[in-house]
Design a protein around this ligand. Structure first.
Ligand code: SF4
Length: 251
């Protein structure tokens, strides 16, 4: 059974070699380095989950949200250069959550909260995704994916949003009418209207991408602007060339 997630498919599109190191050679645990933006992002995601899961609507206040972030932060403080670097990332997280509570109605309890959800696309292909939140209102279900980085068109994927909507629809049998990214740093929403006729096109696209991966027998390294964050840069076949480009700010 092939398991496909938007994250996995995107990694292959960006760099087949990185995909091979991660999913075929399974080297991620050996080479993964903690990174400040990943630690901060994980804390913000889990804090928002705790906020909705543990607190009643009347308890959802700024002091309560801040307290939840501080609890999560104590559990994992890896990836920061030093105390001032950690403080800087901590301030970013606090600012995002403050903006979130100021700009959004937090009294409605979501229908689904952050977890891995999946569906069978064929008897040989499972599609899965980590879905942050699903709200239920009069129009139907609204799938929401939090982003802790700045708004970046390269990070926006309609296929990812439709895939999440399709998974939620398959699990709940209820209509999903909207799927959105919420960029927490600026409270900026990127939304698409979802209709069921989008699902077949998304399924076809996923099948095509998976077939391409299955047929690949070279998994070429593809230098790109994300190489600086790649855990495998030291063992990448194009390591020397990439490091030179990074030094010369060519990415
Ligand atoms: S360093 Fe760049 S080219 Fe090499 S595996 Fe990583 S992402 Fe791919």
């Amino acid at each position: 059974m092939f398991k496909a997630s938007p994250f996995k498919l995107r990694m292959y599109e960006v760099c087949p070699q990185q995909y091979k190191f991660t999913y075929l050679d399974q080297l991620a645990a050996d080479y993964r380095r903690p990174k400040p933006y990943l630690t901060m992002g994980a804390h913000v995601h889990y804090t928002l989950k705790d906020f909705y899961e543990r607190l009643e609507p009347t308890q959802r206040t700024w002091p309560a949200l801040e307290q939840l972030l501080r609890q999560r932060w104590r559990e994992n403080r890896r990836g920061f250069k030093d105390a001032s670097d950690e403080q800087r990332w901590g301030m970013k997280a606090l600012q995002m959550l403050k903006l979130f509570i100021l700009k959004n109605d937090v009294t409605t309890t979501p229908a689904m909260l952050e977890d891995y959800y999946d569906m069978l696309l064929t008897d040989q292909l499972k599609v899965l995704g980590r879905i942050d939140r699903v709200d239920h209102d009069a129009a139907g279900l609204h799938v929401i994916d939090y982003k802790t980085g700045q708004f970046d068109e390269a990070e926006v994927s309609d296929l990812q949003l439709i895939t999440y909507a399709m998974i939620v629809h398959a699990r709940t049998h209820q209509p999903v009418y909207r799927a959105s990214y919420l960029f927490l740093a600026t409270n900026q929403w990127y939304s698409i209207d979802v209709t069921e006729d989008l699902y077949q096109a998304a399924a076809d696209e996923i099948l095509e991408r998976v077939e391409k991966i299955i047929q690949d027998n070279s998994f070429q390294p593809t230098p790109n602007r994300y190489c600086r964050h790649c855990d495998f840069i030291d063992i990448c076949p194009r390591s020397a060339e990439i490091k030179t480009k990074l030094t010369n700010h060519e990415f």
